[in-house]
Write a protein of this length. Structure first.
Length: 261
């Protein structure tokens, strides 16, 4: 219960990596507000947080609507009076039914000039922009709380081509967002960090075994949550501000394991 008394918001936390982050923070005893659009999934995630020892709160939110995002943080202020951790994870990834014929996953979205332009917004309206917006609404409460931690979930697509131009540009933008926020937040004791969690066995990955046929070297869903919890519990986390951390390296350094060791 190393995060007992701490309050966190995880955007896009009803499934995927975000759900794993919410569970990991709950496991560490935090009070976790989970945003998402699917009420059933939110309810399920909140229940699992409780089973692990934390306190979960469902916060239904459409991250393309700034008013709804603002309302989440106003609710946290009213109910908790503090905010210690924000994890920016929300992202709108096109599902199979939305992809052009013959394409199996987001990694098939190339060449970019033959792909509907709307897919840019799929990755970057709920993605890069929503990370910026959530951070802007979260920071005043963090400063009032004496400091905090903002973690943005990123990936190697930020620095190398992965078969989707819009995705890669968005992740590169996330890295720049993290480093520039760090410059302005450092005097307020708020750390801004990019986390590369690794290949995570999310619901989508497990349901698309024809695409993800090799899961060797992958991590359980809760692994990135344990990484964020370890960062949040580190009294020297501000020394990492503006940097990128890899889940596997952080595990070795801070001494946490994956779900099955």
């Amino acid at each position: 219960m190393k995060l007992a008394g701490r309050v966190a918001v995880v955007t896009g936390g009803s499934k995927g990596v975000g759900k794993g982050v919410a569970l990991g923070l709950g496991e560490a005893g935090a009070t976790v507000y989970v945003t998402g659009r699917d009420e059933a999934r939110l309810t399920e995630t909140v229940a699992e947080i409780g089973e692990l020892g934390g306190r979960g709160h469902a916060a239904r939110c459409e991250h393309t609507d700034d008013e709804q995002v603002d309302a989440v943080f106003r609710r946290v202020r009213a109910e908790q009076g503090r905010l210690d951790v924000l994890v920016n994870n929300a992202m709108s990834t096109p599902q199979r039914g939305e992809l052009p014929p013959g394409m199996r996953s987001q990694w098939d979205l190339h060449p970019f000039w033959q792909i509907p332009v709307r897919f840019w917004d799929s990755f970057n309206a709920v993605g890069l922009r929503s990370h910026y917006v959530a951070s802007a609404f979260a920071v005043p409460l963090m400063i009032e709380s004496g400091g905090g931690l903002i973690v943005c979930i990123s990936a190697p697509g930020a620095i190398r081509y992965v078969g989707n131009v819009a995705y890669g540009v968005g992740k590169a933008g996330v890295e720049k967002l993290v480093t520039d926020m760090a410059e302005e937040l450092r005097p307020h004791n708020v750390a801004s960090i990019s986390l590369w969690p690794g290949f995570i066995r999310t619901e989508d990955v497990l349901s698309m075994r024809d695409v993800y046929d090799d899961l060797s070297g992958s991590y359980s869903q809760i692994f990135p949550g344990r990484a964020v919890a370890a960062l949040a519990a580190d009294p020297n986390v501000i020394e990492r501000t503006g940097t990128r951390v890899l889940g596997r390296e952080l595990a070795a350094e801070l001494g946490f394991d994956d779900q099955y060791g």
